[in-house]
Design a binder for this molecule. Structure first.
Ligand SMILES: [Zn+2]
Length: 452
């Protein structure tokens, strides 16, 4: 197939948002419902209770089946005396002891890991396929060399991302976030990657570290494409500008719910590139009731995998993200509705009744670079979400800001936040490089109440 075709998968990707795709989704959903009913004990029972069978349409399903939450998972684990493997076996339509190729997990701050099981088919035909689509849309081809700097344990950004690269046929150079920035930069020196994958925190950290570790700016690395994911950031205009101009690259934002941004000048959100693999749905974050799937609508993202087998763990499952969806055609002309990340359900703060997500704060702080470094922490003296105002923010000022200017800068920043997000925080200045950097996911909160 030609290297200049617009999509990796010319059979499926042009069909997104068409009646034909909806038919494909319904057919695949019926297969998924049958497999779960027959082979996943948890769903055998739940489907019976909720009156769901193989004839149930997606529209009926989203009203009949409640969102699968962390609390549901905890219940299942408890009912199986803390045996995670046995609990997992209840919710997937394959044998958890024999059929799996990979299990990745997210770990909350408390409780047991939330597993994401994969069979060979899940890895190759579902996630590998979606990630090959990402890579293709980002312009990567089989002659590219990709430096993999995500932590290997990350659910999608770890191993499934590697499978996507193998499927495309590019050369993978794994270092992982675990390698640390110096090793990442040195490895880049040996193999001259044309592309890099990692968190935005890592990309920003490499910009700071390169002059010391390499004796040169990151712009000398020759990286043409960066795919950033694992945490928000690559969608913020200032972060994008800093990464793109420092590396001299094109930056793409990627998400685990099968989305990648396009190369339109202005950020348009992530195009969902897996309509035939997974149905992305929206619910109200408070009531968990289904919301209309329409342009501009904000809500909690709920995922239902309709292809593959063991990833049945993602059946009306919420990864805990609040997103905004855009069903209007994108000016870039590529297929797939789009979504923008708004915040994590768990990271939501309520300041005098105003809902605030860390990303909203990050956006304002980033607009003050280089007067600030862009690094900050939200200081929480009490467990969230309720915050007694003023919200306290530790912010690193820029290296060249004289001390007598800091007070004025703090009021300017508080004013900008008051205008943009309706809160007036207290800014606590800290020196450049005082806050710990991360090669993994950047830390946002400083929870003083945990030390009390
Ligand atoms: Zn687009």
């Amino acid at each position: 197939m030609k290297d200049d075709r617009p999509y990796w998968n010319m059979e499926m990707e042009p069909k997104f948002n068409t009646p034909e795709m909806r038919e494909i989704q319904e057919t695949k959903l019926r297969g998924k419902l049958k497999a779960l009913r027959e082979r996943a004990p948890y769903y055998t029972k739940l489907f019976k209770q909720c009156g769901v069978n193989e004839k149930t349409s997606f529209e009926e399903l989203r009203r009949a089946i409640p969102v699968f939450t962390k609390a549901d998972w905890r219940e299942i684990v408890k009912a199986h005396n803390g045996d995670i493997l046995e609990a997992m076996d209840q919710i997937i339509p394959v044998n958890a002891y024999e059929d799996l190729y990979l299990v990745a997990s997210t770990t909350g701050t408390t409780g047991e890991p939330e597993p994401y099981p994969f069979t060979q088919k899940d890895l190759w035909d579902v996630y590998g396929e979606a990630l090959a689509r990402y890579n293709w849309r980002a312009g990567l081809r089989s002659n590219d060399r990709m430096l993999h700097c995500f932590a290997l344990s990350m659910v999608i950004a770890g191993i499934p991302t590697l499978i996507g690269a193998f499927k495309l046929g590019c050369m993978v150079i794994p270092v992982g976030a675990e390698g640390g920035t110096e090793r990442i930069l040195k490895t880049a020196g040996y193999y001259k990657p044309t592309a890099l994958m990692g968190t935005p925190s890592l990309a920003l950290y490499l910009i700071e570290k390169a002059p010391e570790a390499l004796g040169a700016d990151v712009g000398k690395m020759g990286i043409k494409t960066i795919l950033c994911g694992g945490e928000p950031g690559a969608g913020l205009p200032e972060v994008r500008r800093r990464i793109e101009s420092a590396f001299g690259c094109k930056l793409f934002d990627v998400g685990g719910a099968l989305g990648i941004s396009c190369d339109h000048q202005e950020y348009q959100g992530l195009h969902q590139v897996g309509d035939d693999l997974m149905i992305l749905d929206l619910v109200d974050p408070d009531t968990k009731e289904p919301l209309p799937f329409e342009n501009g609508r904000k809500g909690e993202m709920v995922l239902t995998t309709i292809d593959g087998d063991a990833f049945g763990g993602a059946f009306r499952r919420s990864p805990g993200d609040i997103i905004q969806i855009f069903t209007d055609p994108c000016p870039c002309g590529r297929s797939g509705f789009r979504y923008k990340f708004v915040g994590r359900v768990d990271d939501m703060l309520k300041v005098k009744g105003v809902m605030v997500y860390p990303d909203m704060i990050r956006k304002v702080i980033e607009s003050f670079v280089p007067q600030v470094t862009g690094q900050f922490r939200i200081v929480l003296d009490e467990p969230p979400p309720r915050v007694v105002p003023p919200l306290k923010l530790k912010v690193e000022h820029g290296a060249d800001i004289p001390e007598n200017k800091l007070k004025g800068l703090a009021s300017e920043m508080a004013e900008a936040m008051s205008k943009d997000i309706k809160i007036r925080p207290e800014i606590i200045w800290v020196s450049p490089n005082e806050l710990e950097r991360s090669t993994y996911k950047g830390k946002v909160f400083e929870k003083t109440y945990e030390n009390k």
